[in-house]
Design a protein around this ligand. Structure first.
Ligand code: AMP
Length: 259
């Protein structure tokens, strides 16, 4: 497995493998089974698997959230190697946002609701970095998790609007046995907070907006940012809560693939 730190290195490493399909799995590290399911799908479907590892400052509004985001590159690289990744693109912030950077991608409608309303600028950061990763790697397929359903909707819209030549693959949300969706931020929860966080998947599992809101209103020790039905593809019941200093999001599909 090769680790590339620069755009130039990444491009030159991929030069000779363009005759077969290239899969890209964008991540911010803190790898867990959710990420690994994307890497496995990419490994099955593509000749070359590229994983990006970049905690993208542009998608964080909150300095504390950015500073506390779990980072363990050595562990992530070992897991990527075990998953059969061919190339990890792990750039510095300066490589992705050089001095004078001023070009942003804004998916205006899809990106402004729900998460976009609570985290202004978040999806602008996501869309911009994903477009830049697409430009660097030029993947045939890109793999994303349904866990971040609005992110998928934003990227799908961007691919369509900008006629990007990439096939979007979306994989089901991977959960722990207790129902909590895997997330790098779960590592920041205390045992007690984790118990309280379980109200979110339990509420969403009702697949009923009124019941979900009622269940969360009865739950102690968490603050609800929103619980809404979102008309994505597929439509989802989505929610975001804050438990201590950790913010968690989750969703369940309301029709179609119910995983
Ligand atoms: P992140 O490192 O949080 O930016 O996530 C990288 C990719 O993994 C995104 O496409 C996420 O949607 C996906 N992902 C994160 N958590 C899960 C999960 N529990 N199940 C499936 N995919 C996930």
């Amino acid at each position: 497995m090769k680790v590339a730190r620069t755009i130039a290195e990444t491009r030159s490493a991929l030069e000779d493998v363009r005759d077969g399909p290239i899969g890209l799995v964008p991540t911010m590290g803190g790898l867990h089974e959710g990420h690994l399911s994307l890497l496995r799908a990419a490994r099955e479907e593509c000749d070359t698997v590229v994983m990006s590892l970049f905690v993208n400052p542009a998608q964080f509004g909150d300095e504390h959230d950015l500073a506390s985001y779990p980072r363990d590159e050595e562990r992530d690289l070992a897991l990527a190697r075990d998953a059969g990744v061919d190339l990890v693109f792990a750039p510095s912030t300066e490589e992705m946002y050089p001095a004078g950077f001023q070009t942003w991608v804004e998916v205006t409608e899809v990106g402004s609701r729900l998460e976009g309303a609570f985290r202004p600028g978040h999806f602008r950061g996501v869309a911009t970095v994903v477009l830049k990763l697409f430009s660097v790697v030029r993947p045939d397929r890109a793999y994303f998790g349904q866990k971040d359903a609005q992110q998928v909707a934003v990227i799908r819209q961007m691919i369509r609007d900008l006629a990007l030549d990439v096939d979007l693959r979306v994989l089901p949300t991977v959960r722990d046995d207790d129902g909590l969706a895997l997330s790098s931020r779960n590592a920041l929860l205390t045992t007690e907070e984790r118990k309280r966080a379980l109200a979110l998947p339990r509420a969403l599992a009702t697949k009923d907006l009124t019941a979900a809101r009622a269940l969360l209103a009865r739950s102690n020790g968490l603050d609800v940012d929103y619980v809404e039905v979102a008309e994505f593809d597929p439509p989802v019941l989505a929610g975001a809560v804050r438990v201590g200093s950790v913010r968690l999001i989750d969703n369940v599909a309301l029709e179609g693939d119910s995983k």
